[in-house]
Structures are given as structure tokens and as C-alpha cells.
Design a protein around this ligand. Structure first.
Ligand code: BGC
Length: 253
């Protein structure tokens, strides 16, 4: 049997559900990227329905492609174990099974930041890097992924570390910048605290900054003073899709 060269990646987020067919050798998008709004309330059945619509469209051109799905929660044994910025109905749900039943096919189901980190380590800013790479996604929340010598250590929830007595995702995420109307400089002060703390805890070799705001990296990354190199993600908002697809055929990584 020839090796699988394509997979469908789906990234379920708080505002949108995105998907595309991915070339597994390069990480390139082989189809148009489909994006539908996340149903209001983010309830499981509604999200499953929207996801099905996207998978059905993408699978029409590539019916045999494996499907990888990433989600903004801790994912353990196919179950969603947390819900920081989504409906609490996901906590303790056999989500992988739910999606598989609705889609009528096997899927691979992972945390969204893990998928993004894996994509950057295989096809992006951390490609070829050894040592500890810490991926952070700055969006509605803060997602994190640890990749050591190219191997993903799943479910690091370092967006929620407590600094100054608060869950620091509530201060340093991009949505916190918008909510509090912060200039780049004021937001960077919070990011400085956050990345300095991560640096102290983990002594990483590289930080990568993803999420939609990473396209404006020139506004805030130069304002940070760290010992560790810090780079913008290459795949920005597509990293989740690409990583979910790649992990669908490399789940042992
Ligand atoms: C969640 C993580 C997720 C991140 C980005 C956080 O609030 O706890 O599981 O990866 O948001 O979506």
C-alpha cells in the first residue's frame, strides 16, 4: 500500500470552524480553506453538525483522506476534559466517539494548541529544531504545546498558569488585549511577564507565537526581552488545521 499523502484537518475554535485538505509532505493546503461560524453557545450537537458539513465538502474531493480534528480543550483518551472558552457541556464528553458516529468514519482528535505546535515543528518555525520548543497561541485563550526533539508532549495547559493571583490567560490572551483596549506596548508588558515566567519554569530553546495576532508580530515581539529566541508561527491561523491533519497519520508522534 502506498503511504498516505493527504489528510483532512479541522480546527474547531470559539468563533469559527475551519478545515482543508493538507499535503502531508509539505504541510501545504491542497484545497480551499473552508470556514463556518461556530454555532452560538458552542453546544456539542451543533458543533458536530457544522463540522460534518465541512468534512463532507472536503471529503468529496478526497474520500479516503484520514481526518484529524483539533479542539480548544484538554483531550485525553478521546474525551474532552476541560472547557475554558467553550460550552461546559463538553467537560467529560466522549467527544471523539461523538464525532466518529456523526461522520461515519474514524478521526484523530487532539487539543488545538498541540496540533498547531506539531505543525510548526514539522513544517514551520521550529522545523529541524532540537531541544524544547514551546508553542503558544494567543487568541480567545492562550494555548500551549511542548515539543521536545520533535516529539509532542500532549495537553500542556500553560495558558492557565497563575501570575499575580490570576489565571494569566485572562490577562495576556489577545482577547484580553481587545477587551481592555490595550496598546501594543501595554499588552507587551503582560506578555513580558507571561513569557519570562514560562522561561523560568521550562528553560526552553525556542518560543513560537501563533494565533491570528501573530501576523502583527512586528508590533509586539520586538518589545519583549527574553533569553530564549521567540519567533512568529509560520502557519498562523492554519497551524491547527495542518497539525490536526498531520497527527491523523502520525498519532504516535
Ligand atoms: C484551553 C486550551 C486551548 C487554548 C487555546 C485554553 O483556554 O484551556 O485547551 O488549547 O485555550 O484554544
Amino acid at each position: 500500500m502506498s503511504p498516505q499523502t493527504t489528510a483532512i484537518g479541522i480546527d474547531i475554535g470559539g468563533t469559527g470552524i475551519k478545515g482543508a485538505v493538507i499535503d502531508l509532505a509539505t504541510g501545504d493546503l491542497l484545497s480551499e480553506r473552508i470556514k463556518l461560524p461556530t454555532p452560538v453557545g458552542g453546544k456539542p450537537d451543533d458543533i458536530v453538525d457544522t463540522t460534518k458539513e465541512i468534512v463532507t465538502t472536503l471529503a468529496a474531493s478526497d474520500p479516503k483522506a484520514p481526518v484529524g480534528l483539533c479542539f480548544p480543550a484538554i483531550v485525553k483518551g478521546g474525551m474532552t476534559m476541560s472547557a475554558a472558552n467553550i460550552s461546559k457541556k463538553w467537560i467529560g464528553l466522549h467527544a471523539e466517539e461523538l464525532f466518529e458516529k456523526a461522520l461515519g468514519r474514524d478521526i484523530h482528535f487532539v487539543n488545538d494548541a498541540d496540533a498547531a505546535g506539531y505543525a510548526e515543528s514539522r513544517f514551520g518555525a521550529a522545523r529541524g529544531n532540537t531541544g524544547l520548543v514551546v508553542m503558544t497561541t494567543l487568541g480567545t485563550g492562550i494555548g500551549t504545546a511542548l515539543i521536545y526533539n520533535g516529539v509532542l508532549v500532549p495537553n500542556a495547559e500553560l495558558g492557565h498558569i497563575e501570575i499575580d493571583g490570576v489565571d494569566y490567560e485572562s490577562k495576556a490572551s489577545y482577547s484580553a488585549k481587545e477587551r481592555d483596549g490595550l496598546t501594543w506596548e501595554r499588552w507587551a508588558r503582560r506578555l513580558q511577564k507571561y513569557y519570562s515566567h514560562l522561561e523560568f519554569l521550562l528553560s526552553p530553546d525556542l518560543f513560537i507565537v501563533g494565533g491570528g495576532v501573530s501576523k502583527s508580530h512586528e508590533e509586539f515581539l520586538p518589545l519583549l526581552t527574553l533569553k530564549t529566541p521567540i519567533l512568529p508561527a509560520v502557519h498562523r491561523n492554519n497551524a491547527g488545521i495542518i497539525g490536526a491533519a498531520a497527527l491523523a497519520v502520525n498519532a504516535d508522534r
